[in-house]
Design a protein. Structure first.
Length: 219
């Protein structure tokens, strides 16, 4: 089973993403300042995309409903009341959401990315509302309580990506530069200079380049 590099870094986070304050100065687009909560839906979006092939042929990590249960449990992002109640329809819904989220990461321009985000929000019937359920502090939910799991995940992750797009643009969305990895990521570095999905891929590429240079010296 393919394990996304970004998924290996993900900690367990609750489904209570909070929206960071909007920066009205569009001229300043140099650094994403995520809180622990606002980063959660963004991380989930990338991890979900990375369960399947961007070329639609390489691999498939969500082959069965059991795979979906394991992914959701491992992500810690979306609490499903009864994981055993997930069905083939839920599996197909998450696969569709994955494709839609991938379209955001692979968009050629901001308008295209925005259309993809808006489509997700529309199909997920996003209904932002404040709640303090279970004695938690007041926070935002992005879908109705009765919404299906994929709708809840889609509404929250699309809102997270929307905030990145509004604040810093498409330059924050990337695909790993490693020759043998196609994982996507959101670049939260200060100077938007990230090229790899993880330190693992970055280090492996650097080692390979060093070895290639050393071999060229002996030829």
């Amino acid at each position: 089973m393919h394990v996304p590099c970004s998924f290996l870094r993900a900690g367990r986070v609750s489904f209570v993403p909070r929206v960071a304050p909007y920066n009205s100065d569009r001229g300043v687009r140099s650094q994403v300042n995520f809180s622990h909560y606002s980063e959660a839906p963004i991380r989930f979006a990338a991890d979900l995309v990375n369960t399947g092939p961007l070329d639609r042929e390489s691999f498939e990590d969500l082959e069965t409903v059991a795979d979906l249960r394991a992914f959701l449990a491992g992500s810690g992002f979306l609490d499903v009341d009864d994981p055993e109640a997930l069905t083939e329809d839920d599996l197909e819904a998450f696969r569709r959401l994955r494709t839609q989220l991938a379209d955001v990461f692979l968009a050629s321009d901001e308008r295209t990315a925005a259309r993809s985000v808006n489509q997700i929000l529309d199909e997920c019937r996003s209904v932002p509302h404040l709640t303090d359920h279970d004695d938690a502090p007041l926070h935002l939910h992005y879908a109705a309580p009765e919404a299906a799991p994929a709708q809840k995940a889609g509404a929250a992750s699309a809102m997270g990506l929307a905030l990145v797009l509004v604040e810093d643009g498409l330059k924050r969305f990337g695909v790993c530069a490693s020759d043998d990895c196609i994982d996507v990521f959101v670049d939260t570095s200060k100077n938007s200079c990230r090229r790899f999905c993880s330190d693992k891929c970055s280090n492996r590429t650097a080692v390979a380049a060093h070895r290639a240079r050393e071999r060229s010296k002996t030829q």
